[in-house]
Write a protein that binds this ligand. Structure first.
Ligand SMILES: [Cu+2]
Length: 327
């Protein structure tokens, strides 16, 4: 009896580290689950996507980073027709939230991409060109194996649709990558797509463009990165973030070029479209409150040994285990 209860607790703990997106938040209100987010057909919804070169036993539901499931998750295109299209203004934020109360409890980056549908997004399989509109990696002084990562213990990823984005229907692809096993070449990808119609947009040429699958390779630096034995710059996967304007010639630069940008906050001054949550306070510069958590950093909670103060925002209790610096 006791033993089985323990076993169940252990299993639940493992499962809770995994996650999937099911809804988006508009103006503070969550849309019904899978109203605008394509639902996957995976047997186990929260399973990650791994490289096909990983040991077979580690690959879940047959989904691979170098296969079609990396686009919007396994079987998601089959639900495209019954998924509605969210109208968003260029410049507005889109925000995806995790299902079943899960939080990102793997260290790793979040990335947001867009791809324009040739006509209706309800009939678009995502095989066209993708550009990146957002990425966030490390943004705190915390533990590099956990809460130093911007998304750690959060349950959402948000990005602003760049103002210059041409009007039309798009897939917005939200991705979180757990990199706790990248040192053994096993990053875990969690992906979902939102169907949107952009209005009030501009005449920018998004880019650089990549394809899914194709944007990530098992030999990429991020897929062979160790979060252990000290903090280091994280080589962000995929292309550079499109910041609006004509930035996107269709020539795709080498992935490695994206690397140096990483752990620092986004190059803010050059990016008026950068979205609030991304404008994380760089922690490199000592401030009067050096040692305190940065915006969105953890500032308290049962078992938390870090500084219980915020260098930006106010420390708010999310639950017994987690307090966060928020505006
Ligand atoms: Cu995992």
């Amino acid at each position: 009896m006791k033993f089985s209860a323990l076993a169940i607790a252990a299993a639940a703990q493992v499962a809770s580290a995994h996650y999937f997106f099911d809804t988006n938040i508009v103006g503070g209100t969550a849309a019904p689950a899978f109203k605008y987010v394509r639902q996957s057909s995976r047997a186990i919804k929260y399973n990650p996507i791994k490289f096909s070169s990983n040991p077979a036993a580690d690959i879940r539901d047959g989904s691979t980073v170098d296969g079609p499931d990396i686009v919007c998750n396994q079987g998601a295109f089959a639900s495209a027709g019954k998924t509605e299209v969210l109208t968003v203004n260029a410049g507005e934020e889109v925000r995806l939230k995790l299902a079943v109360g899960a939080k990102f409890q793997h260290p790793g980056p979040a990335l947001v991409y867009m791809s324009k549908a040739p006509s209706s997004v309800k009939s678009y399989d995502g095989s066209g060109d993708w550009f990146k509109i957002f990425e966030e990696g490390v943004c705190g002084n915390g533990d590099f194996t956990s809460d130093a990562w911007c998304t750690y213990n959060r349950d959402w990823v948000a990005a602003k649709i760049p103002k210059d984005t041409p009007n039309g229907e798009y897939l917005v692809r939200m991705e979180h990558i757990g990199v706790h096993r990248s040192h053994v070449n096993q990053p875990e990808h969690y992906v979902s797509c939102l169907q949107v119609k952009v209005q009030g947009g501009g005449s920018g040429s998004p880019g650089p463009m990549v394809k899914f699958p194709g944007a990530y390779k098992a030999t990429d630096p991020y897929a062979n990165f160790s979060i252990y034995n000290g903090k280091k710059d994280f080589p962000m996967p995929g292309p550079a973030v499109w910041k609006g304007g004509a930035g996107g010639s269709s020539s795709t630069p080498a992935k490695e070029e994206a690397a140096p940008a990483v752990s620092a906050a986004p190059a803010a001054p050059a990016a008026p479209v950068a979205n609030k949550p991304t404008t994380l306070v760089p922690v490199a510069k000592p401030s009067p409150q050096a040692g305190c958590a940065s915006l969105y950093g953890q500032c308290g909670g049962s078992g938390f040994n870090g500084a219980k103060c915020c260098s930006a925002g106010t420390c708010k209790s999310m639950n017994q285990w987690y307090s966060q610096c928020l505006n």
